[in-house]
Write a protein that binds this ligand. Structure first.
Ligand code: IPD
Ligand code: CA
Ligand code: CA
Length: 292
């Protein structure tokens, strides 16, 4: 970041913005849980039949948009459902429900994601785990925390070094039914070389779990910025590392992601493993920018 950019960031009251983000994430959480309890009426599909959107996704995004814009009208808004990429200086990056398939089927594991970006840099990130109502957050340069009734608990990654001792998570893209490049090769590679792999259906929580040291790593392709922005900041602030499949620092525009506890041997085993697993794929769906 340039000095001029730095001055503008410090001119903002980031702790007040963080409080607002936490508050809005809680309001959105209450809304989607209430709607779920009342019964979901409209479950539609997006990119294909298995990519779901419910009326609660749309209502949550509207609430988050309206509340944030009320306080910071000049900031842009990049939400998954409205999906207007932003080029304004400051913008919000929002997943109104991460884990919609869990939500729609009544599996109690989904989340709300809100990040504040200054250009490519994520300054603040909040993940609200539902229905447990756990709040996780990070501020660039100030650490990653879980808010609890007895105070904010700092999150730290674990110290597992070996792939054979690593407990991992992953997720599969919605295009998995149509393309061979669908994470099955990578999954097969790691399944026989690690302590275990879970696929729990929320990328937001997959990243939080690396940040809080429950898991040692997580990989997935074709994520949107809204899936990853808050959790990537949390992993990095908790001492971990996040790259793309080639081992380059993850950015908002990256289409592949490998997060780990930052132990160099583990991060490099994850990058090498993904590359090896992908070697025999006959058709590649990742963009050229992610391949070299
Ligand atoms: C999805 C979840 C899932 C991951 C998918 C995401 P959504 O988000 O995070 O765990 O595997 O790639 O798209 O659609 O529920 O917001
Ligand atoms: Ca998502
Ligand atoms: Ca979503």
């Amino acid at each position: 970041m340039s000095n001029a950019q730095n001055e503008r960031v410090t001119a903002l009251d980031l702790s007040a913005i963080l409080s607002l983000m936490l508050n809005v994430a809680q309001q959105a959480g209450d809304l989607v849980l209430t709607m779920q309890a009342a019964g979901l009426e409209k479950i539609a599909s997006k990119s294909n039949q298995i990519d779901l959107v419910t009326e609660a996704d749309l209502a949550s995004e509207q609430l988050i948009h309206d509340e944030l814009q009320k306080h910071y009208p000049s900031f842009g808004f990049w939400g998954e459902e409205s999906n207007q990429a932003q080029d304004s200086d400051y913008f919000w990056v929002v997943d109104p429900i991460d884990g919609t398939t869990n939500f729609a089927n009544g599996i109690p594991y989904f989340a709300i994601n809100i990040a504040l970006n200054h250009g490519p840099t994520t300054l603040l990130g909040v993940t609200h785990e539902l229905p447990a109502r756990n709040l996780f957050f990070a501020q660039l340069g100030h650490g990653a925390y879980q808010r609890t009734p007895s105070g904010d608990l700092q999150m730290r990654v674990n110290k597992v070094e070996k792939l054979s001792q690593a407990f991992l998570t992953t997720g599969f893209p919605y295009h998995r039914t149509d393309y061979e490049d669908n994470n099955l090769a990578e999954f097969g590679y790691f399944l026989t070389r690690t302590q275990g792999i879970r696929c729990m259906g929320s990328a937001a929580m997959d990243l939080v779990n690396v940040a809080r040291g429950i898991t040692s790593g997580y990989w997935e392709g074709w994520l949107g910025p809204w899936d990853a922005a808050p959790g990537v900041l949390m992993v990095r602030e908790a001492g971990g590392e996040v790259t793309d499949y080639l081992g380059r620092a993850w950015q908002l525009t990256s289409k592949s992601l490998i997060a780990s506890n930052g132990q160099p041997s583990l991060q490099s085993a994850l990058v090498t493993g993904v590359q090896q697993a992908r070697q025999n794929l006959k058709s590649i769906k990742l963009p050229a920018s992610e391949l070299t």
